[in-house]
Design a protein around this ligand. Sequence first.
Ligand SMILES: Cc1cc2nc3c(=O)[nH]c(=O)nc-3n(C[C@H](O)[C@H](O)[C@H](O)COP(=O)(O)OP(=O)(O)OC[C@H]3O[C@@H](n4cnc5c(N)ncnc54)[C@H](O)[C@@H]3O)c2cc1C
Length: 408
Amino acid sequence: MMTTPAHYDYVVIGCGSIGSMTLWQLTELAPGASVLGIERFDRVHTKGSYSGESRLFRVALKEGGIYIPLVQQARGMWLEMNERSGRDIFLPVGAISVGPADFPTMVQTMEVIEEFGLDHEVLDAAELAERFPVFAASSPGAVPDAAIIDPAGGGIRPELSVAYAQQFAIDAGAQLWDNTRVLAVEPGAESTLIRTERGEITAGKVIVANGSWTADLYPDLAGHISVQSIPLTWYLPLDITGFLPENLPIFMRDIVRDNGEIWHCYGAPTIDGYSVKISHGDFVGEGTTPDDLEVLRTGEIPAEVLQVFSERASTFFTGMLDAPVRISLHHDGFTTDHAPVLGHAPGTDGAVTVATGMSGNGMKFAPVYGRIAAELAVTGDSPLRPAAFDYPVTAREPSATIIPAAIH
Ligand SMILES: Cc1cc2nc3c(=O)[nH]c(=O)nc-3n(C[C@H](O)[C@H](O)[C@H](O)COP(=O)(O)OP(=O)(O)OC[C@H]3O[C@@H](n4cnc5c(N)ncnc54)[C@H](O)[C@@H]3O)c2cc1C
């Protein structure tokens, strides 16, 4: 006997960074509606783009333009999450960019600060050395370092953010199926059929937020989104004082070497109390989904890459032992123009919204991107959504404010 598949008003596919926030925002925008989240792995897991203890949050984004109002709105939502959860999901420790004052990203950041009238502080080399002595390890370039402080910046605890956004939704009546893979999404005249490992269901509106696995469900996006594997590394200073969150903001540093070579790092103050995340932003493998990335399967970062990282860590920071004490491998989907895909899927008449291609920058925006995805599903439109995020990517408006290829 044929059974009718269960029907839900809204189904979110993938409950990671963006999907968990979408789930939460759906319950706020459509109270009383039936909302289901489907997650391929455990409710919170280590395989998504969000794992790795911390993420950087900045308001003074060098990318500027459309991203500033979005990140300002996101900040309010991060603070709301702290308030509601009673946990430090967002760590309001500020952000510091260190580098030669005329370094391109320092100049761009100052331009954005001036354009948007953002709070900031500029430190010269002497002030930097006095306030943040951990950066004094070496300034091998001829130009002494300067710094820009973005006091509205901070750190995010990504695993906690996913867990609590899911929890807010569950508390408001949403269901979450974990360890269930969605196999296909088939929009129809009345509703959309979703084939899962647990069987079939139908939905009024679907939001696809399956991150680096987008090509599994939307192969047409494979040519526009490449999945990159990115290592994270933590190092150990003997004196942790200067690396405590009360003494160090989240940071980015660029060093111009005497030979013109540029060394970049980014990271966060210590969260575990003994190690400091210092990462270099290098990519160590590329594929269509994480499942075809050999480096993610083996978990082995090439020795020569680690060697280079180690040589640099103790140049970036005073008192840092140069061998990593923790290493992990991650991934994210990068679009060709580094703006996310956040819009209705073509030909679905608004029944399917796709939120993907976060291009190494999605965490800071996650609550507001979740809000946009929920608005697109519930009302069919979102006043917050820039046209530069369209899916038909070929029809996107050219934008001068696209995020460059960099994580954080
Ligand atoms: C090393 C690293 C450092 C970063 N640093 C920063 C930073 O400092 N600041 C910042 O803002 N951003 C940063 N980012 C980027 C940010 O973490 C990502 O852009 C963001 O986490 C992507 O979110 P997502 O929801 O697209 O993917 P995910 O969080 O991975 O969520 C996708 C979910 O979909 C699930 N899924 C997949 N396929 C299916 C299926 N078929 N059925 C059901 N579920 C499915 C997955 O299991 C996963 O849980 C960094 C990324 C990396 C990798």
